[in-house]
Write a protein that binds this ligand. Structure first.
Ligand SMILES: [Zn+2]
Length: 55
């Protein structure tokens, strides 16, 4: 379980999720990549190639 960076909603992911897996926030639809950290899995904004974030 982690918190959405965009809207602070709780995002759950499978216990066997692996680093690099993409999860989507159920609240705002933002995509995040799972990253491993010393305190467990964390999220970082997914790099979506070709997607226009501006408009
Ligand atoms: Zn969100």
């Amino acid at each position: 379980m982690a918190e959405c960076i965009e809207c602070d909603a709780a995002i759950s992911f499978p216990a066997d999720a692996v680093e690099g897996e993409i999860v989507t926030c159920p609240e705002c639809g933002a995509g995040f990549e799972l990253v491993g950290g010393k305190d467990g899995m964390g999220l970082k904004p997914a790099q979506t190639v070709g997607e226009d974030w501006g408009e």
